[in-house]
Design a protein around this ligand. Sequence first.
Ligand code: PAF
Length: 287
Amino acid sequence: MQLCSNIDQIRTKLLPLRDEKQTIALVPTMGALHQGHMRLVTCAQKMCKCVVVSIFVNPKQFGEGEDFDNYPRNLAADQTLLEAAGVDYCFAPLTQEMWPDNNETVVETVRLANILMGALRPGHFRGVASIVAKLFNIIQPTHAFFGEKDFQQLAVIRRMVEDLNFPVEIIGVPIARDQDGVAQSSRNKLLSSDERRAAAIIPQACAAAAQCYANGERQTASLISAARTVLMREPLAIIESIDLRDCQTLTETPILLDRPAVLLLSVRFGQVRLIDQHIFNVTEDIL
Ligand code: PAF
């Protein structure tokens, strides 16, 4: 694996591949890599000739008082993991090169960026869309891979790609989970051992809503209430939001009828925010 720490370097490396019309995968990350990221890498390797993993803790997607300074960083360990996995290139630029002082352009999916997690974290999805747009322009991948855990992020990126005609195929990859069902996330590293144990309540809440649905319940309010009841059993869990939305548009859906819907949970343990989701494949049920 080759490490490229500036834009010219990675562009020069990828030029011959692009000339040969080879498939190039981009797996954008903020480092602190875990099995969830490696699952994205495996999917990328199956689908593309060359795999580029970017590592950049993007300051523009962290609000004031959020965990930018504490966000886990370990480039050496990340490199070892990527090397062992047979990744072709790791692109790890410096902040000053990605966001020079005179930058002023932003990319914003106006509606999607400001609902749900976007309302809790103003500016977050603008920061995400702006950095992902830059990465797409720098790497010019044919395919880009994102985890389905960050469901709203995936929706924002799909919207941006369609709206701005980026010639890239977006692939969503299912969540990787620990043995107790907790979704893998770089932020899990920030939990105390008690908080990590308590976090298992999140997949249990998703399972409760799924069970309620399996029993025939279709009212959004009842499915949300089933998840909330379980979360409330855990004293360390601070519920930030529970929503059930249309999978594609993320608009409210009072009753699950004929379109896939997604349950979105945001729960804090101390200062650490964890998110998770469960998809109700309504269309599969009515086929
Ligand atoms: O999901 C992430 O790790 C980040 O939001 C991303 C997509 C790498 C943009 O910084």
